[in-house]
Design a protein around this ligand. Structure first.
Ligand SMILES: Nc1nc2c(ncn2[C@@H]2O[C@H](COP(=O)(O)OP(=O)(O)OP(=O)(O)O)[C@@H](O)[C@H]2O)c(=O)[nH]1
Ligand SMILES: [Mg+2]
Length: 483
């Protein structure tokens, strides 16, 4: 539950934000998504297209020539590192490699100068919208559902998952170690550390491409940031009984206290400082990676998203929901990396993520937030073509698979362009969740592509990065604030 101090501080922050917003329109955009969903690439592409006047026909303010300019500005928080936009864009455009996994939080402020759409307002000095965006390691999002769970509940859920057939192998060493632990015995630091190391190794193994599982809290075990080895991270789930009080100084009492400390000193400050004041939200979902790995991964992604989105529920039922959703008025759910599919499959990809977040979207609508679902690629790394195969025309995508990617026997060197037939997504998205249905187990194939080569205009100017529906995303997220 929200503490009184949290609540008072948020009311104050929201009040000051709103007062400032009257004189200086301001939008804090939450770019939310699990690890590798595409947050850093999305933010980089968004900034790049705004700064370089990218081709955004569906982003009306830009298409109508009303955007007078966009600038990077000094960010509001001195204690938060700046989002390294220049490094990310240079790597994508010049080196044609994707940014590395994000290890820590960073933030960027952008101002967009625009001319009003209404004639009478054009008599006034032009408008300016300030946009704040935060980037963070997606793993940390997995911690959000922990805030409302005590140690016994966290442990019961974590141990139940560790014993699932799809995880038993990865969890083996941790579960074996757990057998040797006496919950009532005096706590010892070596055992605590061994347990937490084995638990973290199990979570990391579940994340490998072959398994591609998503429900793997606590998030800092996967991506510790600067907390590696600290006491707040030296715990693991234990088979404790709910409601039972364990002797002071026992293993169970000790790790339970550590878990509470993890929530108080690590998890809550992050969400309080960076999530609580969001105005709008884009939720990025990489469904393709899960589809690639099979039905367990798809169902597990759905579970992770449901757990996270439940925390955004309006009202007092959860710590975050009790203050957050008062403000968020638009939520865009975006299936990312749509450039891995032929456009004919985009609707089906949208249908899949819609199934994954169905409940949460219905609740958001109920709370008054406008929601939309779309298939998008912040950076389009492929183009489309057709090849004929035995008299049949097959829609394919053409791009440069990243070095080390494989399809069947074939492995790629990161240099040669290749046409790939990714397979058809099923018409009925539920088939991807069904372990007995062969559709997800092998008939679909996605490889990672390198970022595209920038095209040049006839005048020799380099054009901005290509995308799929980034403009529609921008219109939904910003359009009404640039009127
Ligand atoms: N083809 C294509 N690949 C993308 C796109 N966006 C992301 N990717 C791929 O997805 C990977 C992860 O993207 P990031 O933007 O780093 O993901 P993230 O959500 O910031 O991940 P974390 O920092 O680990 O939380 C990239 O390395 C690319 O391989 C896109 O628009 N098109
Ligand atoms: Mg990132």
């Amino acid at each position: 539950m929200t503490s009184i101090a949290d609540e008072a501080r948020l009311v104050f922050d929201n009040f000051t934000d709103r007062t400032a917003s009257i004189f200086n329109p301001h939008l804090r955009l939450g770019v939310t998504g699990l690890s590798r969903a595409g947050k850093t690439v999305f933010i980089t592409a968004l900034v790049h297209n705004l700064l370089s006047g990218g081709r955004l026909p569906l982003f009306k303010a830009q298409a109508n020539g009303r955007i007078l300019g966009a600038d990077l500005k000094e960010q509001p928080d001195d204690a938060v590192p700046r989002f390294q936009y220049e490094d990310h864009i240079r790597r994508i455009v010049e080196e044609r490699v994707w940014p590395e996994s994000t290890r820590a939080i960073s933030e960027l402020r952008l101002t967009i100068a625009f001319e009003s759409a209404e004639a009478w307002r054009r008599m006034l000095p032009g408008g300016k919208l300030t946009l704040d965006i935060v980037d963070y390691p997606g793993e940390w999002l997995l911690d959000l559902p922990l805030i409302d769970k005590d140690f016994a509940t966290f442990s019961a859920e974590a141990l139940e998952r560790a014993r699932l057939p799809s995880r038993r192998k990865e969890a083996g060493p941790f579960l074996a170690k757990l057998e040797t632990v006496d919950l009532d015995a005096p706590a010892d630091e070596v055992t605590a550390r061994d347990l937490s190391v084995l638990f973290a190794e199990y979570l990391k193994a579940c994340r490998a491409d072959s398994a591609a599982l998503s429900t793997l809290p606590p998030g800092r075990f996967l991506m510790p940031g600067d907390l590696d080895g600290s006491p707040a991270l030296t715990f693991a789930p234990l088979p404790v009984e709910k409601g039972k009080t364990y002797p002071k100084g026992s293993m169970a009492a000790h790790l339970s206290r550590r878990y509470e400390a993890y929530k108080t000193v690590v998890v809550k400050p992050f969400f309080r400082n960076h999530f609580a004041r969001l105005d709008r939200q884009i939720l990025l979902i990489d469904a393709l990676q899960a589809i690639n790995a099979g039905p367990e991964a798809v169902s597990d992604l759905e579970t992770a998203l449901a757990d996270i989105l439940a925390c955004f529920r309006p009202g007092r039922s959860s710590w975050l929901g009790s203050f957050l959703t008062r403000r968020i008025d638009r939520i865009l759910v975006a299936a990312t990396k749509a450039d891995h599919l032929h456009h004919e499959s985009h609707r089906r990809l949208e249908a899949i993520v819609r199934v994954m977040v169905d409940d949460a979207v219905a609740r958001a609508k109920f709370s008054g937030a406008k929601t939309e679902v779309l298939a998008m690629a912040a950076v389009r790394a492929t183009r489309e073509a057709t090849v004929s195969d035995g008299g049949e025309d097959l829609p394919v995508i053409v791009g440069i698979p990243a070095a080390g990617e494989t399809i069947g026997e074939r492995s790629f060197d990161g240099q040669s362009e290749t046409a790939v037939f990714p397979g058809d997504l099923p018409d009925d998205p539920r088939r991807l969740f069904d372990p007995k249905d062969g559709v997800a187990a092998g008939s679909l194939r996605f490889v990672r592509f390198r970022p595209p080569k920038l095209q040049h205009s006839p005048e020799g100017l380099s054009l901005s990065l290509p995308h799929i529906r980034l403009d529609r995303a921008l219109e939904f997220l910003l359009g009404d604030r640039l009127q």
